[in-house]
Write a protein that binds this ligand. Structure first.
Ligand code: OAD
Length: 249
């Protein structure tokens, strides 16, 4: 572990611009379960994935919302806190590194930790929008009724009433900020991947894309192996918050 820690610190030290890509493993030590580890949200019940698709939402919007709220209940409470891993990334920025965090997480913890350049690839759980008029609503409104609806009143004095769509990216929806992620990779000295199984497209293509960029170093901190470990200059199989505490001494 000592050798790995030394190499990690060396690579961080020699990088000026760092692109960070995070997944659910980033937040497990904050108390939020991931998707594919034992006890993970999808591992527990595969049919949940089908219900979290655009297709399911469009066909059964009334059934979608109670399922969605049950699955993502913990992320809607806002009662969890960033862990030492989130804080370490925010700290790198304070120490003068140019850090851009691209996260698959919808929990808002990178922002809460103080990272200033956070791109939520899979959207946000904090808001939902009317598919017709685009009016956007916050969590208070989303949680008020079992199935949240648009309450905007039109010129004729009638309430819109359409069922809102969550701003979380569903299976079948387009991932956000992907062009910015590629731009960031091109401009970076280092890619740091943390806590993702790299099983979901298009994010799973990133290690291969990054591998083709000359001069870009690549490091990964992930508890379990991924199919792309061989493409990284350094892979550390460890828990991120524990690791961050270790390097902070
Ligand atoms: P996964 O659950 O697929 O993978 C989480 C990875 O994090 C696993 O490889 C674990 O080994 C690792 N891990 C767990 N705890 C860790 C820790 N404390 N430190 C380091 N690593 C740890 O989650 P994602 O890859 O994020 O989409 O899944 C991608 C997407 O699939 C999610 O964004 C979600 C899901 O469908 C949406 O909700 C839109």
């Amino acid at each position: 572990m000592q050798g790995e820690t030394g190499k990690f610190l060396e690579m961080i030290e020699s990088a000026r611009r760092i692109t960070v890509l995070t997944g659910a493993g980033m937040s497990t030590e904050s108390g939020i379960p991931d998707f594919r580890s034992a006890g993970g949200i999808w591992t527990e019940d595969m049919s949940r994935m089908e219900a979290m698709s655009l297709d399911y939402f469009e066909r059964f919007p009334k059934l979608f919302w109670p399922k969605f709220k049950e699955l993502f209940q913990i992320k809607m409470t806002g009662s969890f806190q960033p862990n030492a891993g989130h804080l370490y990334l925010a700290d790198l920025e304070r120490k003068g590194k140019e850090v851009r965090v691209f996260t698959q997480n919808i929990d808002g913890l990178h922002n809460k930790a103080g990272s200033r350049h956070v791109y939520e690839l899979h959207g946000s759980i904090q808001t939902a929008a009317c598919p017709k008029c685009g009016t956007r609503y916050g969590l208070d409104h989303i949680l008020q009724a079992e199935v949240p609806r648009c309450c905007r009143v039109n010129e004729k004095g009638r309430e819109c009433g359409l069922i809102l769509k969550t701003d979380v990216v569903l299976f079948g929806d387009a991932v956000q900020h992907f062009d910015t992620l590629f731009e960031s990779l091109d401009q970076s000295d280092l890619l740091l991947v943390i806590g993702t199984s790299l099983e979901v497209a298009p994010v799973r293509f990133i290690p291969e894309e990054a591998h083709a960029i000359p001069g870009l170093k690549k490091m990964m901190i992930n508890l379990d192996e991924t199919p792309y470990d061989h493409l990284f200059d350094l892979v550390i199989h460890h828990k991120i918050a524990e690791f961050a505490k270790l390097i902070n001494g």
